[in-house]
Design a protein around this ligand. Structure first.
Ligand code: CA2
Length: 144
């Protein structure tokens, strides 16, 4: 059975409670439930986590080595700033898919640059919670 680690970065715990015009009314718990439901269909095991701390995300990526088959990450604002998360993804050699709820390319210019994109297999953005579900399908089908 494949194990997929799903990491959510800073402020994503506020989903559904603030800024619904950008991020919608779906909460992180709703997304978690959708992921688990879909994973059951694939017969995959998922480990879904959220942290507001860069170092904790780095530690979780490192702890995935030898334990998980793929990572799906919405690094939140760290996407645009974190060399530490990029280095952890690269060092882990775990196939990683970057996801975003919003279309970062339709927003402020500083969101157009992803520091982690070059070390990820691919990126899915702008499709709300569906970004995660499509990434899950891709992660499940990597190296079948
Ligand atoms: O679109 C995405 O998924 C983002 O990763 C969300 C990040 C943002 O910094 C990225 O540029 C794009 C922000 C997550 C914060 O989410 C909030 C949710 C509700 C209220 C405030 C923030």
């Amino acid at each position: 059975m494949k194990t997929i680690l799903i990491l959510n970065g800073p402020n994503l715990n506020l989903l559904g409670q603030r800024e619904p015009q950008i991020y919608g009314s779906t909460t992180l718990a709703d997304i978690d439930a959708q992921i688990r439901h879909r994973a059951m269909r694939f017969g995959a095991q998922v480990d879904v986590r959220q942290s507001n701390h860069e170092g904790e995300l780095v530690t979780w990526i490192q702890e995935g080595i030898g334990r998980v088959d793929a990572i799906i990450i919405n690094a939140g604002a760290y996407t645009h700033t974190s060399i530490a998360i990029r280095d952890a993804i690269a060092a882990s050699k775990i196939p990683t898919i970057e996801v975003h709820l919003s279309n970062v390319y339709a927003r402020e210019e500083f969101r157009h640059k992803s520091i982690i994109a070059p070390v990820c297999l691919g990126q899915i953005c702008g499709l709300g919670s569906m970004s995660y579900l499509l990434a899950l399908e891709a992660a499940f089908n990597i190296n079948p």
